[in-house]
Structure formats: structure tokens, C-alpha cells
Design a protein around this ligand. Structure first.
Ligand code: HSE
Length: 444
């Protein structure tokens, strides 16, 4: 374990703080707009001028709706790491590898402070970046990487720093929440809503990161590292929302639940950690069920701090630019924090396997034509019962496509139990397609 102290960038408390921004997409242009619009406010809050001196982006000529004249332009973003006029490198290109990784690595090696919105980079290269940041005494801040405009990092790293949290989690991806909300409220098709999320700048360059849970997983991994300890990213259990239909949303509602993409981590005994991202049924009256559209929410629970929930826009130009600037303000004020808010370097550990975790499950089983639904419902209860899966509630309905579907809510069973029964159900001649199983997460 190494004890570290961080340099700050307050070489002179009144000298301007000079930023070099890599990436001029939605967030990059938002940051420049915010700095220009809130020039006086930023000076007031920090006692210093905050100015952008250099930028780097792929396309020099694209009209971004902002004046870039007077700024030094680097075609190679890595040049920002070695630009003597740049105090802070602001990395807004995205991507866990390639140019973003090289720039952040080189900037830290050069002893420069780095602010990034790049959750994939921070989550996947946590150990290496933490080490570089410690070794070169260069702060690496990433408030904008988690839940857009919500001060999620600050809440966990600073707000409840004195508590030993037991659980954290919530809705950590705006695009998937926007899609689920629109599907629930308007019945619009998945692709149609996804297109709107892309147009609004919520979705990742490759929206499968949003839909398949990886974006939320990156954020959860970062929060888990701060709250509990670093985890091996690839050991996180992640499943996406592609198979959820408006029928599922309506059937869940009938049972008293909403469907949300959740990322949850729990502290387990002996320094173990449970962490997963998946679509879940949550009680319709719970606080998180009211978090809709592009909004994200993070809940923490600790023995001293109790339950805390914060909510706000998890994506988009304004909220994300504001989160980037919260880190820049910290640097301008001379605050430098170790990467995970602790001075010792901890090696990542694998997450607890999820197969043994018990919960109730929602099962949707589509039947082939001309099968008696009522009789089948009884038969399915027996088949599941024989596998030690007790059914709490069950009903059938006709889907929007005209198929008969059986909807079951099980009593608590393990994911291993569910994984064992799904192929058995799928092989039954009266069952059409692959049954869907969703975890029920009982939240207050
Ligand atoms: N694509 C992300 C989301 C952007 O939808 O939440 C913010 O990380």
C-alpha cells in the first residue's frame, strides 16, 4: 500500500486556470458554452479566471455553433498533454482505448490534472490510472462520468465519506430509462424512441452500450470502487433490456411494479462485493419507479447516513458540462483528491457470483396457438413446483401481437434455479420462443 499526496493545480492561487479540451461533441461544446456564459460566476466561486486555451477534435471545419477562433488547435489530442500552456486536460472524446486512453495516460505522466467524462476508460483501466495518478501526483477527476448532472461521485466520495455504506445503486443510464418510460407511456416502438434519444445527444456513440447495460456497468463499477473497493470490471454481471416489450411493462404494472434498468452494489461480509446491472421489476410506489425519462437516480444506504437518494438528468449537454465544470472548479480551488477518495491503492477483486443470490422473479412464457391458457397455467405451476420454484401469482393475457402469454411471479429463488428451469420451459412443445425472466428488486 502506498500513501500519496496529490499535487493541485494552484501554483498561484490567482493565476488563470488554463484548460485544454479534447473532443468537441455535445459535452465539449457544452463546456465551452458554460465557461463563456458563467465567466463571472466561475471567477467568483474560485477566485480565478478559468479559460480554454487549446482544443482538439477530429473535424476542424464543422459548425458547432460556438466561436473557436483564438484557441490553439491540436490535430493530435495527445499534444494537449505536452502543451505547456495547458494546466488541466479535459478529455471528452470517449472510448476505453485509443486516443482517449493515450491522452489521459500521457497527461498524468506529465503531471497534469485530468478531468474526464469517460466512464469506460475509468472503469476498465481503474488500476492503471489510479497508479499513474498516485505516482505522478496528478489528480484524475470524473464527476461527469457517472450519472451526468447528478453529483453522484461527490455524494459517495465526499458527502458520505465517513460512512461504511451497505448498498448503493439506482438508475444509471438515461437512454434506457428514456426508452422504458416512452414505451410505458406512449407504447412507441423501441427503435423509434432510441432514435429520439440519439438525436437529443443522450445515447452513446454505439447505443448498444446503453441498451445492453455496459454504460450503467461502467458507472456502477466506478461508484463501487469509491464506496466499497475496486472490482474486476469483467466480473460484473450485466444484462440488457432488448427483450422487454410494452406488454411486459403493462403486465408488471398490473402486478404493482415498474420495470427499470438498475445497477446495484452491496457490501457483503469478509470484504466481498455483490454488483450487477439488469432490468428489474421494482415496486411501482418506490421512489426509483417515479424517476422517468432521461433522469437518473442514485440511492445510498449506510448505518450512519441512512438512505439518501439524489436524482437528475443523467445525460445531455447542459447537465454533463456542468458536472465537468464541478471538477474543474475543485481544481481551481486547489482541491486534489486521490482517485477513489482514499490514500491506499487497493487491487480490484472479482464480484460475488450472482447465481446464488435469491430474489423473486417475473416470468413471461408465450404459448403456441390453440393452447388452453388456464390449464397450462396450472401445469406450469406444477412443473415449477417440482423444481422447487414456488409461484406466488400467475395470470394469462393476450399480447399485442395476439399470442397468449402466461405471467408468473415466483417466490424467492436463486438465479441458478431460474437458469435451470428456462431451458426446460423453452423445450416444451406448447411454449413459443424463449421465456423471459426478470429479477424483482424490492426497494423501499
Ligand atoms: N449514454 C449515457 C446515458 C450518457 O444515456 O446515460 C451519459 O453517461
Amino acid at each position: 500500500m502506498t500513501s500519496v499526496h496529490h499535487n493541485t493545480v494552484s501554483s498561484s492561487a490567482t493565476s488563470p486556470l488554463r484548460l485544454g479540451i479534447a473532443g468537441l461533441g455535445t459535452v465539449g461544446t457544452g463546456v465551452i458554452r458554460l465557461i463563456r456564459q458563467h465567466d463571472g460566476l466561475l471567477r467568483n466561486r474560485t477566485g480565478r479566471q478559468i479559460e480554454v486555451v487549446a482544443v482538439s477534435a477530429r473535424n476542424r471545419t464543422r459548425d458547432r455553433g460556438i466561436d473557436l477562433s483564438g484557441l490553439r488547435w491540436h490535430d493530435d489530442p495527445t499534444a494537449l498533454a505536452n502543451d505547456p500552456d495547458v494546466d488541466v486536460v479535459v478529455e471528452l472524446m470517449g472510448g476505453a482505448e485509443g486516443a482517449a486512453r493515450t491522452l489521459v495516460t500521457e497527461a498524468l505522466k506529465a503531471g497534469k490534472a485530468v478531468v474526464t467524462a469517460n466512464k469506460a476508460l475509468v472503469a476498465r483501466h481503474a488500476q492503471e490510472l489510479a497508479h499513474l495518478s498516485h505516482e505522478h501526483k496528478a489528480p484524475l477527476l470524473f464527476e461527469a462520468a457517472v450519472a451526468g448532472g447528478i453529483p453522484a461521485i461527490k455524494m459517495v466520495r465526499e458527502g458520505v465519506a465517513a460512512d461504511a455504506l451497505t448498498r448503493l445503486g439506482g438508475i444509471l443510464n438515461g437512454t434506457s430509462n428514456f426508452i422504458l418510460t416512452e414505451m410505458a407511456e406512449t407504447g412507441r416502438a423501441f427503435e423509434d424512441v432510441l432514435k429520439e434519444a440519439q438525436d437529443k445527444g443522450y445515447a452513446e456513440a454505439d447505443p448498444s452500450a446503453d441498451i445492453d447495460g455496459w454504460d450503467a456497468a461502467h458507472k456502477l463499477s466506478i461508484l463501487t470502487a469509491i464506496a466499497f473497493r475496486p472490482i474486476v470490471f469483467d466480473s460484473l454481471a450485466v444484462s440488457g433490456m432488448r427483450r422487454i416489450t410494452t406488454d411486459d411493462i403493462h403486465q408488471a404494472r398490473k402486478l404493482g411494479y415498474a420495470i427499470k434498468m438498475l445497477g446495484v452494489a452491496r457490501r457483503l461480509p469478509e470484504d466481498r462485493v455483490e454488483a450487477w446491472v439488469q432490468p428489474c421489476l421494482i415496486p411501482a410506489r418506490s421512489g426509483l419507479a417515479q424517476v422517468n425519462g432521461v433522469y437518473n437516480a442514485l440511492t445510498t444506504e449506510g448505518p450512519f447516513s441512512g438512505p439518501i437518494t439524489i436524482s437528475g438528468q443523467g445525460a445531455g449537454e447542459g447537465p454533463t458540462a456542468d458536472a465537468v465544470m464541478a471538477d474543474v472548479i475543485d481544481l481551481a480551488r486547489g482541491h486534489g483528491l486521490p482517485l477513489w477518495g482514499r490514500v491506499d491503492e487497493q487491487a480490484p477483486i472479482p464480484c460475488e457470483p450472482v447465481g446464488n443470490l435469491a430474489s423473486r422473479f417475473y416470468l413471461r412464457i408465450t404459448l403456441t396457438n390453440n393452447v388452453n391458457a388456464e390449464t397450462t397455467l396450472g401445469e406450469l405451476r406444477t412443473i415449477l413446483g417440482n423444481e422447487d420454484i414456488a409461484v406466488e401469482q400467475g395470470h394469462h393475457h393476450t399480447s399485442q401481437g395476439g399470442a397468449t402469454q402466461i405471467i408468473l411471479l415466483t417466490k424467492p429463488v436463486t438465479l441458478n434455479d431460474i437458469d435451470r428451469i428456462l431451458p426446460i420451459l423453452e423445450e416444451m412443445p406448447i411454449v413459443q420462443g424463449t421465456p423471459l425472466a426478470l429479477k424483482v428488486e424490492d426497494l423501499p
